[in-house]
Design a protein around this ligand. Structure first.
Ligand SMILES: *[C@@H]1O[C@H](CO)[C@@H](O)[C@H](O)[C@H]1NC(C)=O
Length: 119
């Protein structure tokens, strides 16, 4: 009886320690949805993402619009965008692009982190 109680206490203590020692992805920040995807800045980032994608993959995508977006805080320069784009055969498809906004740090444009699905 006594040993099982002790074991339980040890387990509970370990669980608390584990929870304290692993702050959930604090280094990576938190993703916040952007309420106003119509924001020209956000739309511009979507266009930039499609342009960057076309440079590295021969997709011939045409940017249509950003339909969803979230931004990482703190920082506010890393975005995940749901981008509606036109393919060569004129059909629309939603792609997800992760980008780093480089327009605020003096430069212009964006750095493409990931883009999918494959076009
Ligand atoms: C356009 O091409 C994609 C990929 O090849 C295909 O999945 C889609 O069905 C095509 N759409 C039309 C309208 O032809």
């Amino acid at each position: 009886m006594r040993t099982s109680l002790l074991l339980l206490l040890l387990l509970a203590g370990a669980a608390v320690l584990y929870a304290v020692a692993t702050p959930t992805a604090a280094a990576d920040g938190e993703w916040r949805p952007i309420p106003d995807v119509a924001d020209p800045h956000v739309q511009g980032l979507g266009k930039c993402a499609v342009n960057e994608r076309n440079k590295v993959a021969n997709c011939g995508l045409m940017f249509s619009k950003v339909v969803g977006s979230k931004v990482q805080t703190p920082g506010g320069t890393r975005y995940v965008l749901d981008v509606d784009a036109l393919r060569i055969n004129a059909s629309h498809k939603i792609y997800q692009a992760e980008i780093v906004d480089q327009s605020s740090s003096g430069g212009s444009g964006c750095k493409l982190v990931s883009f999918g699905p494959n076009c």
